[in-house]
Design a protein around this ligand. Structure first.
Ligand code: ADP
Ligand code: ZN
Ligand code: ZN
Length: 817
């Protein structure tokens, strides 16, 4: 009787695959265990078992698995269920979900090795030419990897040759799996058993009477032991006393000390723990009570709390409540930038009960957190993380908090799965019967719509902690001639005056410009030529510090041209401005101010953000210039002024969410001003002072913005009234792409009774030499969502079966952001 296991491969494959297993493996393999399996010609993958059964596959001969890698499941049934939901809802391959859900260190690397069978004597004359080449190579090195053999034979399909050599018993094939996760081991020391008792101390000191340093160490050891009452690491011992590690080694050599190793967690907050009794204000307490009340009959609740209303403290109280009842808590944040401050705040409160999980943590750290959560460790009952934290192996999730729920970074753009972490987390919470709290000062239209319709609970927190008023907002009209005359660079005199005042009061300033680099466009004043990226249809951004032009889409760069490439004129100018230019101008206008910059160019590396945020917090920086990173929940207590350098490029972004986003961005950045005691000030510079959004920001009129935007969404057929699926087609051949896009568009619009738009040329219509066209499917509320997706999937499958379109890439983005 044959036995089989069904596995998911970590590849862009929608189906599971069937492999043969032994009867004994059939008895031990459970869903969620990793299994190394051969796939394709010469590769081994870490697959994941989903079930065992006795039905041979219909379409292919099942191969045997290579080896079972886990004794116990490392992925839970709940996770598998959640992955299936993601694959089906976001129309992507289950293999893609698996690959991105796991810390990469858990998907092991494999190498196929060839060895020579040494117990057989071989006559080289019996070998074919190919075989002889391999034989020869194996004389020089004991084993060969598959790619080396390919190189030796100069061909890809080497397995027929190898199979023959195996039959002749010349070689054996051996696949080695290298595990990449390594636990962190720390050296510890203890006295040998016979000396451990105090009575024997005198005897021990006698032995050491001529080695004063070693004697000192032994005495110190007893002292630490009495105080710490826990195992003593070599580091602890050596650092507590002025001796060299060599003395420890000498004692080990004499058999007095014994060395051993203990496994340590890589991330440890224990030292940071400071008990702080948290007192909620009466407004916070009221919100807290209302949230608990709302949880009684709603799965999801929105906490709409203005900036600096103290939402975080309300979250902390809630977390306490849930972990006290033994539940796990997931706390999602839009971006890493936020976590530094927040982790410090939460670690101070909860110590090691908190774990942090995001892509800037190392592989090993992530595996450690994975295992802690899987093992229901005391540590890691509260997980803070960016969107991928949602993939951890929870087993008793009680609460999910999505902070700054309106942030678009919760939607993964690339690669697949293109999921929205807020929405996927709500589904996850439902699986556990857990509650979800969505928090924001500027909720997304979709979420607020759900709250208004009572699908979600709705709690308002509308005063700032400590009763500080929201900042006073002043608009500078850049069209006005009077203002225009008094500009220094991109600074109006109003803004300059306020900066000067803040600086003289010893207060700090934040300046927001939603563009990095020096300026987005370089232009020849003689012929009007604008340098474009050679691979993308977009102008190159000037970066002054490196004197370079850079493409923000593909990353390519070139030296700033000395003359125009078109007419050789040297009369080149720059247009528009980014954060680098603002920083530059500041050094002229305020030569004594210390200016810092926070954007993608200055925050690379694990601690990039941390450094800038810390030095701003420590007041080593007076003025912080930055992009939208500044809008994400940062909490500084000495910022009295926020300047928005130019509101217009946000407003006129070609995107149905542009107005909503402009409102959110400006309100959030403004919210950084005057958070703790004194009322803050905001200056917004714009060419459109009478724009509705500007007025709504100035008046903190969220409801006005919401009502107006919702109305437009209805008229123009956008969410929440319509669900969007965007299809992006890419190919290097322009004509082929155009034909393909047209074909797909026609078939979709013929088969779907709903709006299908396109094929459209996006604003940047070529990236890395691939041309791009988009098609948008708009699914109205009264049409079945999953049914429509099935039709779209069928049409995509037939598109792929058209020979001439096969090479066209199609990216499917459900709930397009
Ligand atoms: P939000 O996230 O709503 O913008 P925060 O949670 O960052 O606001 O709170 C704003 C500031 O007020 C923070 O510095 C926070 O430490 C402080 N704060 C809020 N609530 C309390 C409280 N109950 N006790 C002490 N400080 C508080
Ligand atoms: Zn020119
Ligand atoms: Zn480019």
């Amino acid at each position: 009787m044959p036995f089989f296991v069904e596995v998911i491969l970590p590849l862009n494959l929608a189906k599971t695959f069937t492999y043969r297993i032994s009867e004994q493996e059939f008895a031990t393999i459970r869903a969620g265990m990793r299994i190394a399996v051969p796939f394709g010609k010469n590769k081994i993958y870490t697959a994941l078992s989903v079930e065992t059964h006795e039905n041979p596959p219909q379409l292919y001969e099942a191969r045997e698995i290579h080896q079972v890698l886990d004794e116990n499941p490392i992925v839970t049934e709940n996770q598998l269920k959640h992955w299936n939901w993601i694959a089906s809802y976001y129309m992507c391959a289950i293999g893609d979900v698996y690959r991105s859900a796991m810390p990469s260190a858990l998907i092991l690397e494999s190498e196929t090795l060839i060895r020579q069978n040494t117990d057989f004597s071989i006559d080289p004359n019996d070998l074919t030419d190919d075989e002889f080449l391999i034989y020869q190579a194996l004389q020089q090195q004991s084993s060969l990897e598959v790619h080396e053999i390919m190189a030796i034979l100069g061909k890809k399909n080497i397995f027929p040759v190898l199979r023959k050599m195996m039959v002749k018993n010349v070689i054996s094939l051996q696949e080695e799996i290298s595990e990449t996760y390594k636990p962190k081991l720390v050296r510890y020391i203890r006295l040998h058993q016979e000396f451990e008792r105090e009575e024997n101390l005198q005897e021990l000191l006698d032995i050491l009477k001529n080695a004063s340093k070693q004697k000192e160490l032994v005495l110190q050891y007893f002292q630490i032991k009495a105080v710490d009452k826990k195992p003593i690491s070599v580091k602890r011992l050596v650092e507590s006393i002025d001796v060299l590690p060599a003395a420890v080694k000498a004692l080990v050599d004499k058999g007095i000390f014994e060395e051993y190793h203990l496994q340590h967690d890589r991330v440890d907050f224990e030292d940071r723990l400071e008990e702080r009794d948290l007192q909620l204000s009466s407004a916070q307490q009221k919100a807290f009570d209302e949230i608990l009340k709302s949880f009684e009959n709603k799965e999801v609740t929105l906490l709409h709390g203005i900036t600096a209303s103290g939402k975080t403290e309300v979250y902390i109280k809630l977390i306490e409540e849930f972990i006290a009842s033994g539940k796990q808590v997931l706390y999602l944040l839009p971006e890493i930038a936020l976590t530094t401050q927040l982790v410090a705040r939460l670690a101070a409160h909860f110590g090691n009960t908190v774990a942090v999980y995001h892509s800037k943590y190392s592989n090993n750290e992530r595996v450690e957190t994975w295992n802690q959560i899987l093992g229901n460790s005391e540590k890691a009952q509260v997980v803070i993380g960016a969107r991928s934290a949602m993939f951890l192996p929870f087993h008793d999730l009680g609460l999910v908090i999505v902070d700054e729920e309106h942030e678009q970074t919760f939607k993964q753009v690339d690669p697949a799965p293109r999921y929205h972490a807020r929405d996927a987390a709500i589904v996850l919470a439902n699986q556990f019967g857990a509650k979800t709290l969505l928090g924001s000062a500027t909720p997304s239209i979709e979420t607020y719509f759900n709250a208004q319709n009572q699908k979600y609970g709705h709690v308002e927190l509308s005063e700032r902690y400590g009763n500080v008023l929201l900042p006073e907002i002043e608009i500078v009209d850049l069209k006005d001639k009077y203002f225009r005359k008094k500009m220094s660079g991109h600074f109006s005199d109003t803004l300059c005056d306020h900066i000067a005042k803040a600086l003289s009061n010893g207060e700090q300033v934040i300046l927001f410009q939603n563009r990095r680099g020096y300026s987005p466009v370089v232009e020849c004043l003689t012929c009007g030529h604008v340098p474009q990226c050679s691979q993308c249809d977009v102008s190159m951004t000037y970066h002054k510090a490196k004197d370079q032009l850079r493409c923000h889409y593909c990353g390519s760069s070139m030296a700033f041209p000395k003359q125009c490439h078109a007419c050789h004129s040297t009369d080149l100018t720059t247009k528009g401005f980014g954060t680098e230019q603002i920083q530059h101008e500041l050094t002229d206008i305020f030569p004594n101010a210390k200016v810092g910059r926070m954007d993608q160019d200055t925050t690379r590396g694990k601690f990039g953000f941390e450094k800038i945020i810390d030095s701003f917090k420590e007041r080593e920086i007076d003025i912080l210039v930055g992009t939208q990173m500044l809008a994400k929940g940062l909490d500084f207590d000495n910022v009295s002024l926020v300047g928005i350098m130019n509101a217009d490029n946000m407003l006129y972004h070609p995107d149905f969410r542009a107005f909503e986003r402009s409102y959110q961005m400006m309100t959030q950045v403004s919210g950084r001003a005057g958070r703790s005691s004194k009322r803050g000030k905001v200056v917004i510079q714009t060419y459109n002072p009478y724009h509705n959004i500007i007025r709504q920001v100035t008046d903190s009129d969220y409801l006005g913005m919401f009502t107006e935007q919702l109305y437009e969404r209805k008229i123009y057929k956008y969410p929440p009234y319509f669900k969007l699926i965007r299809l992006t087609l890419k190919h290097r051949d322009f004509d082929k792409l155009k034909q393909g896009a047209q074909w797909l568009y026609s078939v979709l619009s013929q088969n779907l009774e709903m709006p299908v738009l396109g094929p459209e040329e996006p604003p940047v219509s070529r990236i890395r030499n691939e041309y791009i066209r988009t098609i948008m499917v708009k699914i109205p509320q009264d049409k079945p969502l999953q049914g429509t997706k099935k039709t779209v999937r069928k049409i995509l499958d037939s598109f792929e079966s058209v020979a001439q379109f096969r090479a066209i890439k199609v990216v499917v983005n459900v709930d397009f952001y």
